[in-house]
Ligand binder design. Structure first.
Ligand code: FES
Length: 109
């Protein structure tokens, strides 16, 4: 982490990996950042942990993140294909914890 920026990378459905630099103090969650960058994140529930269309898979750095919160856990629990690496991007807003992480878009159907 340098100059108040965190760097992450996103692997999209086409297999293209892109690096993003984000201001540490940005008042957005990761779902909002991904939408803003033009990724096809539906975010049907608007970030309420109720739809899982913002689901992502952690490829690297997962140990940096705090555990899922209750709402995130409850939503992911309802999906048969949820794996330990899955998170809801809308529930990730402390960007001091994501520097260097790699994510893959993996929305629930
Ligand atoms: S936007 Fe609906 S669960 Fe994240």
């Amino acid at each position: 982490m340098t100059d108040g920026l965190v760097k992450i990378s996103i692997l999209d459905a086409e297999g293209t990996e892109t690096s993003l630099k984000l201001p540490l103090d940005i008042s957005m969650n990761l779902m909002e950042v991904l939408k803003g960058e033009g990724y096809p994140v539906e975010a049907v529930c608007g970030g309420m942990a109720l739809c899982a269309t913002c689901r992502i898979r952690i490829l690297e750095g997962g140990e940096q993140l705090p555990p899922r919160n209750d709402a995130e856990e409850d939503m992911l629990d309802t999906l048969p294909d949820t794996e330990p690496e899955h998170r809801l991007a809308c529930q990730i807003s402390d960007f001091s914890k994501i520097d260097g992480m790699r994510f893959q878009l993996d929305p629930a159907e």
